[in-house]
Write a protein that binds this ligand. Sequence first.
Ligand code: XMP
Length: 514
Amino acid sequence: SILIIDFGSQVTQLIARRVREAGVYSEIAPFNNAEEAFHRMQPKGIILSGGPASTTEEGSPRAPQCVFDCGLPILGICYGQQTMMMQLGGLVEGGGDSGGEFGRAFVEVQKPCALYDGLWSADEKHQVWMSHGDKVTALAPGFEVVATSEGAPYAFIADEARKYYGIQFHPEVVHTPDGAKLISHFAHQVCGLAGDWTMAEFRATKIAEIREQVGTGRVICGLSGGVDSSVAAILIHEAIGDQLTCVFVDHGLLRMNEREQVETLFRDHYNIPLVVVDAEARFMAGLDGVTDPEKKRKFIGAEFINVFEEEAAKIGGADFLAQGTLYPDVIESVSFTGGPSVTIKSHHNVGGLPERMNMKLVEPLRELFKDEVRALGRELGLNDQFVGRHPFPGPGLAIRIPGEVTKERCDILRKADAVYLEEIRSAGLYDAIWQAFAVLLPVRTVGVMGDARTYDSVCALRAVTSTDGMTADIYPFDAAFLSRVSTRIINEVKGINRVVYDYTSKPPGTIEWE
Ligand code: XMP
């Protein structure tokens, strides 16, 4: 295994992810707790992460001495490189007025090095991603320069005898195209690790951790029908069996048959205790007259917490609340490039729930990214169709019905959406699309059906490609496909007499209409 010592970088989890991708187990330990982790794990290599502090400040974080005494290979990244220099007898200086390097840079390779062996050659230039103010200005004894960049004469340094490597750039981010390979090289070639670690082992490790955390306590888990909460619940159930109860709140804003699918999967297939709450009437009453998108979100989030709390009280005695929180939810917004961000939409559906319920959290997916959760889901026996489901927002259909939300309009939208998704699936396009859904507009237009005049709602179709939901592009359906969907919706869904296709990327649009 590899121990990653965290100095507080926003992207430390990406290092762990790259190590996992290389088939090697890793754990992240905060720098001030790393010694304990080191003795417990007995790793074969150490990675020192980046971090926001300056090694030139008094009292700034340091790696525990044991990592330099143990004779293991070390890879120091950014702050990790700098603290390694400070601790081994080199020098680091603040960027001062000359500033640092931020963003794309190029390193020029000077000499051979085991860390890039077979990947780069001397005299080549390679793109890397930099984000530093301070820089190393004198090397510790034993180190040599491997590569330089315009702003960092010691961008890549090595002490081959001790297998210590220091890089100023960030190999863990995708903007360093060969970065993942450098990290896997460190794990395999430098540390001699085999690369045979799999999701099966992640599952086993997490199950042991959940058992240890929960003991004989009781856990409740709110299911949304999505992949994350489902995978979390199934994993926790495998760990502690019927000490877990799942609660599924049907707020009436779900897609067609979603509630039945959850019931079948959890009760019948996995045999997990499940409470289903039919709260449609409550939600519809509360949404009466609400047209502002943020007010819809706020009401739905708050009411969800109310319903969930009531159910938890009925179940009684739960000590833990399980959530399918993923790593991107933890960092909230990756502020790697800095800068304040503005709230465009408040996505936090049940923010404040844990504090209010005064329960301890069980969050077994906290360090995973979405595609890793999908892989874990497959490992737990979920089928491809389930783990590949498009994301669905917590406020559900309410934010796909601009204007007032009523049960009648939800029913209309549900039918149109089901037709659209059915056609997408049968055309074999579902997996090529990040998200596809119908939107029911608060606009009525005139049409003619048979010999009669109609005056009904417009339905908009949306389909986008994306890798993370942050930016998105329009999915280019062919005209025949769109006409087929349009004809079916108008023929089959009473209340809709016109269908349009949304041709807006993100930015400037958002994926959802509200
Ligand atoms: P936007 O519309 O902001 O959506 O481009 C980006 C991604 O977030 C989802 N989304 C939400 N998810 N609660 C959620 O859980 C919300 O209030 C919410 N609003 C948008 C959206 O479906 C897309 O995947």
